[in-house]
Ligand binder design. Structure first.
Ligand code: ADP
Ligand code: DP6
Ligand code: CO
Length: 322
């Protein structure tokens, strides 16, 4: 028997308060709560169809066959919940560079959770979808929701879930992604954060600081205070990256090109163009700005980078079925 083919689209999200470390690796319970902006320009489309003729899951990513144990394990969670043993045909397309620090794992597992659960006959609430997406990749917990979203840390599978903070977003806020390198990173987020939590002597201070940053940004969203949001997001990102430097072995996602963009942001700011930078587990930088500054920023960036390396994005929508 062939099930109905279900397709879902999920957008990536970039954290303003980062998640960097797990309290429980198996269930993906984070060490701190995090807060993000879902982006319109970057997303994943995934379709799932179960087929009794299959003897294992068949997965393609951007048209290529992939063998990824993480996907099979994730599908097993869905099969267990649905009480169905049948394998599935899964087709996924990333409209975002894969494994490059632009949060492909977030849109990927949010889309797979939505398409997979529905294809297997489950009708999950947004909250339960976010809990399911979390099992694939932590950041996916937030990509179920559009606009500003958060992931409540919680202590177990029940209490660790995503929720909407504001969607549609009232604040005038955009992100400009500068694609410096679209090749897969050497140290995955999963591996990087494990080294940090296990070895950085600053990890406990990170937890304290990031809890404060969460409150500051939550308040800034309520107050429509772009300056506080931008400043705090930039600081929080660098606090996260200082955990990578202070790990044993020490490692770094920031490269020479990233530094160049960071310096451009500082220069723009000195010249009265308000903008802030953030970075995830990869060298690509995202600039946070308001609409009236986009042209000044992209003009400056285009001195050094080509147009196809510069992608301007506003807030994106939550999960949807196509
Ligand atoms: P990123 O910065 O892109 O989120 P991560 O290291 O967090 O990088 O995650 C990359 C991993 O996410 C990939 O190795 C792959 O396992 C998974 N992934 C990315 N895109 C997809 C997709 N469309 N479907 C399934 N898994 C995906
Ligand atoms: C720096 O969600 O990719 O982007 O849960 O192991 O799949 P896993 O990691 P992932 O980590 C994201 C790290 C980050 C910050 C963030 O998105 O909060
Ligand atoms: Co990721």
């Amino acid at each position: 028997m062939l099930g109905e083919k279900i397709t879902a689209r999920a957008h990536t999200n970039i954290a303003l308060v980062k998640y960097w470390g797990k309290e429980n690796e198996q269930l993906i319970i984070p060490a701190n709560s995090s807060l993000s902006l879902t982006l319109d320009e970057f997303y994943t489309d995934t379709s799932v169809q179960f087929d009794e003729a299959l003897s294992s899951d068949e997965v393609t990513l951007n048209g290529n066959v992939v063998n990824d144990e993480k996907i099979t394990k994730f599908m097993d969670i869905i099969r267990q919940k649905a009480n169905v043993n049948t394998f599935a045909r899964i087709e996924s397309t990333n409209h975002v560079p894969t494994s490059a620090g632009l949060a492909s794992s977030a849109s990927a597992y949010a889309a797979l959770a939505a398409a997979g659960s529905k294809a297997y006959g489950l009708n999950l609430s947004q909250k339960d979808l976010s809990r399911l997406a979390r099992r694939g990749s932590g950041s996916a917990t937030r990509s179920i929701f559009g606009g500003f979203a958060a992931w409540n840390k919680g202590t177990d599978d029940e209490s660790s879930y995503g929720y909407s903070i504001e969607d549609p977003v009232k604040m005038d806020v955009n992100m400009i992604a500068i694609i410096l390198d679209n090749q897969p990173k050497k140290i995955s987020s999963r591996k990087g954060m494990k080294i940090s939590i296990e070895t950085s002597p600053y990890y406990q201070s990170w937890i304290q600081q990031t809890t404060a940053d969460f409150q500051t940004i939550e308040e800034a969203i309520k107050e429509n205070d772009f300056t506080t949001l931008g400043k705090t997001a930039e600081l929080n990102a660098m606090r996260m990256h200082s955990l990578t430097l202070s790990s044993d072995p020490s490692y770094l996602y920031i490269n020479a090109d990233s530094l160049e963009v960071i310096n451009m942001v500082k220069e723009l700011r000195e010249n009265g163009v308000e903008c802030y930078y953030t970075m995830d587990a990869g060298p690509n930088v995202k600039i946070i700005c308001q609409s009236d500054k986009i042209t000044a920023i992209t003009d400056k960036l285009s001195d050094k980078f080509s147009n196809d390396q510069i992608k301007v994005s506003g807030p994106g929508e939550g999960i949807k079925y196509l």
